[in-house]
Design a protein around this ligand. Structure first.
Ligand SMILES: [Zn+2]
Length: 161
């Protein structure tokens, strides 16, 4: 069941949290078209056009809510995991404060373990992956292959796909 943050902890991104709560609502009440729209809105709001980041993480309030309230295989889990591993920038001078603040968020241990392993895997691949834009369609919900193809064309503006 949903767990609310203690009132003393600020939401790190109220818009993404509101969308994530809407996504959970759509999932819980089995409204697939609504869930699809909200899921894709989250992805598009964060990634912006052509996979270029429009909103920077962390989105730990939303991510925590998603991990606690959506099925483990939900596409938004993978999206939040990838976005945090790829785009969360912490400067070394603020490392201690960031650790403290992140611990206060009480992020699920499953998310932290997945982030550590994902980041460790990516770290062995060098740093080039950080500059490759994410493909939003990997994290969108599409009704069928035809819709996916059209979405990819819309995302890239490339009719040859
Ligand atoms: Zn798509």
């Amino acid at each position: 069941m949903a767990k609310a943050l203690p009132p003393t902890l600020p939401d790190d991104d109220e818009w993404i949290t509101a969308l994530t709560k809407s996504l959970v609502f759509g999932d819980r009440f089995l409204v697939p078209a609504f869930s699809q729209t909200v899921n894709n809105l989250i992805v598009d709001n964060v990634l912006g056009n052509a996979g270029h980041l429009a909103m920077s993480p962390p989105f730990f309030t939303a991510t925590k809510y998603a991990f606690e309230n959506l099925p483990v295989n939900h596409t938004i889990h993978e999206f939040f995991l990838e976005v945090h591993c790829r785009y969360w920038e912490v400067e070394s001078c603020s490392e201690e404060r960031t650790v403290y603040e992140t611990r206060q968020m009480q992020v699920p241990s499953t998310l932290l373990v997945e982030m550590m392993v994902r980041f460790a895997c990516k770290a062995t691949e060098g740093t080039a992956w950080r500059n490759v834009p994410l493909d939003g369609c990997l994290y969108h919900m599409h009704a069928d292959d035809e819709e996916r193809k059209q979405c990819e064309i819309d995302q890239r503006g490339d009719p040859s796909i």
